[in-house]
Each structure stands twice: as C-alpha cells, then as structure tokens.
Design a protein around this ligand. Structure first.
Ligand SMILES: [Cu+2]
Length: 146
C-alpha cells in the first residue's frame, strides 16, 4: 500500500499552496489609510462669553400640553436652552441626565420666553415639564449630546 501515500501528498501540497495564496491576497489591506484626522478645532471655551450652543424649545402656542419637539441634540459643552411659551398655560423645562439628576431647569413661564444653561456631557438627557400632569400628557423628550 505504499503508492497511495505518494498520491495523497500531492493534493495536500496543492491545498497548502491555495491556502497560502488566499491568505496573502488581501491586497486591499495595505493601502495604509491615513484618514485626515477630523480635528475640528474646537473653540476654546471662554467661560464668560456666549460661545456655547443655543437650543430652542417651545411649548405649543395654543395651550396643548406639548413641546414643539420631543428630540433635541447638542454637542458637548456649554448649552443654553431657549424656552418659549406663548400659550396661556404655564410651563417650564427641566433637564435631567441619564441617572435622573437634574442638570438645569427654567422658570415656570406663561406668554414669554426664558433661558437656562448647563454643561452638556456626552450621553442621553431627558427634558420635561414639571407642572403636574404635563409630563404625563406628553411634555417630555430626549436630548442627545454627542
Ligand atoms: Cu407644562
């Protein structure tokens, strides 16, 4: 039964070559992609001037228990929330981080606008109206910071 070994050896060798060929054929891999590092030069935050972002949020002007959006987004840093309530129903905005910690809150206002600011960190925040029943009626949303 000696000869059979010889025939076995050939297919094995070919198989090894094919495998090696496949492995080294990944030519798309060595195009050393030097992606231009998207370094958006972030303006140095001066703590005094209003260099941060402004988010606008409004309550439904007709008096419905609703904000004009349920989703806000911002970049990390100082955020000023500009809240407008033209309706005759009093509202406010409270912002909480993902652990339920209040990070900002506006005054309760009617027929005017107000602002509050906070230091936004990457993550999810929620905002809602703290007046009784308003959040349950839909005055809430999420703020994504990234
Ligand atoms: Cu409200």
């Amino acid at each position: 039964m000696k000869p059979s070994l010889k025939y076995l050896a050939v297919p094995l060798a070919v198989g090894a070559l094919v495998l090696a060929g496949c492995g080294g054929d990944d030519s798309s891999d060595d195009s050393t992609t030097t992606e231009p590092a998207t370094t958006q030069s972030q303006p140095a935050e001066s703590s005094t001037s209003g260099s941060g972002q402004v988010l606008s949020l409004a309550a439904d002007p007709s008096g419905q228990l609703a904000y004009d959006t349920t989703e806000l987004s911002a970049k990390p840093g100082k955020v000023t929330l500009d809240f407008t309530n033209e309706s005759p129903v009093a509202h406010d905005v409270v912002i909480e981080d993902s652990s339920g910690q209040e990070v900002a809150a506006t005054d309760v206002i009617t027929g005017q606008s107000t602002t509050t600011e906070f230091d936004a960190k990457p993550g999810k925040y929620t905002f809602y109206c703290s007046l009784p029943g308003h959040e349950a009626a839909g005055m809430k949303g999420t703020l994504t910071v990234k």
